[in-house]
Ligand binder design. Structure first.
Ligand SMILES: Cc1ncc(C[n+]2csc(CCOP(=O)(O)OP(=O)(O)O)c2C)c(N)n1
Length: 317
């Protein structure tokens, strides 16, 4: 697929932003500064960075528990994100949601919920609403491979296929569900085969390469927008951290995975070879990224805590 130099640079900037924010999130969580629990997408950044560029702002994104990268990729407000991570009043959800509930309809993004597998049916619902309201929106839904063993995954694919809903389901296949390998919990070898059961297309892409993700997404999003119905993308990747700040892989496994699959390292190398980047630009972009995230962290840290009264707002509708 022909991708312009301009778009490659945009993808690269998004990769850097996600990486920097997620690294800082894990660091501050480990220091005990962030309340609650965090589930980062470190190592998986190519998926949000690549996929987001195939979407329009009116499209809807729904994710599983590793959603902050998608929120950033959608152009979510970084200051509000960090205020949310700090549990502050001016966070995305007034500090009540935390990392697993980054719901912001200003950017049509429901970045997460803590119920593994709920994402699939929520995304299907978003596609249903789009079709019902005759909006030309596509719903893009993301989740881990273990969650495809839940009934919700198959209910969502069946309903979306039956009603020809504009939904693209993407599995962020990192090979592990918490500490177990995927083949310990899943019989089928190629998860894209699961699409066959619902008579929809299922394809694989390289989840460590944002351009591979972008190409798969562009094709399937277009299909959905044309009224041809849902599809399944499996993006193979490598996660650095499991639950919160815990690394479950052995050090040797982790080092090997990072050296082979790190999407930021791989994409930097590729764009340097293509002369889209040079060393000076890499330094400049890295410095800008760290300034932007630094300012967002400062904003979050200095934001006020909710009051006791706020516990009673936005609870019932
Ligand atoms: C319904 C439900 N069951 C169990 C859990 C506990 N849990 C949190 S993350 C996780 C593993 C999910 O694995 P996968 O879907 O592959 O995503 P990954 O964490 O690897 O990105 C589990 C079992 C949960 N949050 N919700």
């Amino acid at each position: 697929m022909n991708i312009s130099a301009e778009l490659k640079l945009e993808i690269y900037k998004t990769l850097l932003l996600i990486r920097e924010s997620e690294l800082k999130m894990v660091m501050l969580y480990k220091k005990g500064e962030l309340p609650g629990h965090v589930l980062p997408c470190l190592g998986q950044e190519a998926i949000p960075a690549g996929f987001s560029k195939a979407l329009r702002s009116e499209d809807i994104v729904v994710t599983g528990h590793r959603g902050a990268g998608h929120y950033i990729a959608r152009g979510g407000d970084l200051k509000k994100l960090w205020a949310e991570l700090y549990g502050r009043k001016n966070g995305i959800l007034g500090g009540k949601g935390g990392q697993m509930h980054l719901v912001d309809m200003n950017v049509n993004t429901i970045a997460g919920n803590a119920i593994v597998g709920a994402n699939w049916v929520l995304g299907c619902g978003a596609g249903f609403a789009a079709k019902q309201n005759k909006e030309n929106q596509v719903a893009a839904v993301f989740g881990g491979e273990a969650s495809t063993n839940r009934g919700t995954f198959h209910e969502a694919l069946n309903m979306a296929a039956l009603k020809k809903l504009p939904v693209v389901f993407t599995v962020e296949f990192n090979g592990k569900q918490l500490w177990d390998n995927n083949d310990y919990v899943t019989a089928v070898k190629d998860l894209a085969d699961r699409a066959k059961a619902h008579d929809i297309p299922g394809i694989n892409c390289d989840g460590n390469d944002p351009e591979s993700v972008y190409a798969a997404a562009a094709e399937m999003v277009q299909r959905a927008r044309n009224g041809q119905g849902p599809s399944l993308i499996v993006a193979k990747t490598f996660k650095w951290i499991d639950s919160g700040a815990n690394q479950r892989q052995t050090d040797a496994e982790m080092e090997e995975g990072k050296s082979k699959y790190d999407p930021v390292k791989l994409y930097t190398k590729k764009l340097l070879e293509e002369a889209i980047l040079d060393e000076k630009l890499v330094k400049e972009l890295t410095r800008n990224t760290s300034e932007i995230i630094g300012q967002a962290i400062e904003f979050g840290f200095n934001s006020p805590l909710p009051s006791a009264k706020d516990a009673y707002t936005n609870v019932y509708v």
